[in-house]
Design a protein around this ligand. Structure first.
Ligand code: PMP
Length: 425
């Protein structure tokens, strides 16, 4: 049996870990069946516990821009580990990574490191509230900003699959300060702002969304948000946990040509180790403890292992900016190949792509927001997902997720992937 050992490991895991996993989407709830358990990975390939190999299109959900076990990152982490793994005392490498990140990203002077994207978004919103003296935020249906309470209001990603967009445990008191708008709907935002004049601290969004599949913002939408924020004294918060250092050196701010007021990072900035970060102009960051009164802290924040992985990763990107062009071309090749097959077979579909983020939706109409994404045919998606898995291609196990290509994927891998699609439908 192809997945025998994975299946046994899953059964064992379920005895001791809720649902057998430490993050819900890994459990394959959206696509049915059981998850594979990974034994090891190198470059573009995952190997599972049964010895099956897969071309990996999730790259640890984004961080691994150059593929698995990338040598410079590994070397940096191993060397650093020999000198101690955590001190809770300042180290030089924190400043080195901060300095490099600030030099690569537009419109930021200072950055604070945390341990996950969730922490970054949660802290950024607190900072926006502390800075503006206002309580409310606007978020968009289908955008995911981690699992902190304020964001579990019509969130994307795994939260959609589990049918609990308003998760039990999130209080009404918290929920009332999160106002909801639809992605790409500027008029809806204008109405919310008018109805809550002087009360909105920030508008938070995924500048290119990846948690309801990949959804691209219209130019009018992002420019309009920037204008509203500037006019109304609202801070524009770009959640660049997925897009930061993936769409361009300077992330979505650079790719879209829009400056945000606070920018949040995760994934690539940690090179595959647990790192998140949030950044802004010095004037805003001055409100953060210990410089200012907005409290935020972390025992393992800025720890040397995570910083060394992040530094190796960003250094590599800084020195090889052509990686974005390379990734973009590969993603376009995949997009065109899949389009050709699905079109030839007359299967209704939409493919959304921005740089190295891409998603396939089985529906007739363009996917521009959460409602249109949710119209995708999940039966077709399941068939597609499992058909690909059985042929050694690991795709995100939910239609509400984006693929993240890594540059270790070759054109031969892409051809194999495209051929695999042709056998399914
Ligand atoms: N923001 C976005 C846009 C994300 O995609 C994610 C995670 N996928 C998060 C925040 C939360 O990051 P983490 O899982 O590291 O807490």
């Amino acid at each position: 049996m192809r997945y025998q050992r994975s299946s046994a490991l899953f059964a064992e895991a379920k005895k001791y870990i809720p649902g057998g996993v430490n993050s819900p989407v890994r459990a394959f709830k959206a696509v049915g069946g059981e998850p594979i358990f990974v034994k090891e990975a190198k470059g573009a390939y995952l190997t599972d516990e049964d010895g099956n190999q897969y071309i990996d299109y999730i790259s640890s959900w984004g961080p691994l821009l150059f593929g698995h076990a990338h040598k410079p990152v590994l070397k940096a982490v191993v060397e650093k580990a020999k000198k101690g793994t955590s001190f809770g005392i300042p180290t030089e490498i924190e400043t080195e990574l901060a300095k490099l990140a600030v030099s690569m990203v537009p419109n930021i002077d200072k950055i604070r490191f945390v341990n996950s994207g969730t922490e970054a978004c949660m802290s950024a919103v607190r900072l926006a509230r502390g800075y503006t003296g206002r309580d409310k935020i606007i978020k968009f249906a289908g955008c995911y900003h981690g699992h902190s309470d304020s964001f579990l209001i019509q969130a994307g990603s795994g939260a959609v699959t589990f049918g609990s967009p308003n998760s039990p445990g999130v209080t009404q008191g918290t929920a009332k300060d999160t106002l909801l708008a639809n992605y790409n709907d500027l008029e809806g935002v204008k109405e919310l702002v008018a109805a809550n004049k002087g009360e909105i601290a920030g508008i938070i969004l995924e500048p290119v969304a990846g948690n309801m599949g990949c959804i691209i913002p219209t130019d009018e939408f992002v420019k309009g948000l920037r204008q509203i924020c500037t006019e109304e004294g609202i801070l524009l918060l770009f959640d660049e946990v997925m897009t930061g250092f993936r769409l361009a050196k300077g992330g979505a701010q650079e790719a879209l040509g829009i400056n945000a007021d606070i920018v949040m990072f995760g994934k690539v900035i940690g090179g595959g180790l647990p790192v998140g970060a949030f950044a802004a102009k010095a004037e805003i960051m001055a409100h953060l403890a210990p410089e200012g009164p907005v409290y935020q802290a972390g025992t393992l924040s800025g720890n040397p292992l995570a910083m060394s992985a992040g530094l190796a990763m960003l250094t590599e990107i800084d020195q090889n900016p052509q990686v974005f062009e390379s990734l973009s071309k590969k993603t376009e090749y995949l997009h065109n190949g899949i389009t050709e097959i699905l079109s030839a077979k007359g299967i209704a579909h939409q493919i959304n792509r921005f740089g190295s983020m891409v998603s396939v939706h089985f529906c007739e109409d363009p996917v521009v927001d959460f409602a249109s994404s949710a119209k995708g045919n999940n039966e077709s998606f399941k068939k597609y997902f499992h058909g690909m898995l059985d042929q050694g291609v690991y795709l995100p196990p939910s239609a509400f997720e984006s693929y993240f290509l890594n540059d270790a994927i070759s054109y031969a891998d892409l051809d194999r992937t495209i051929n695999a699609v042709s056998t399914i439908f």
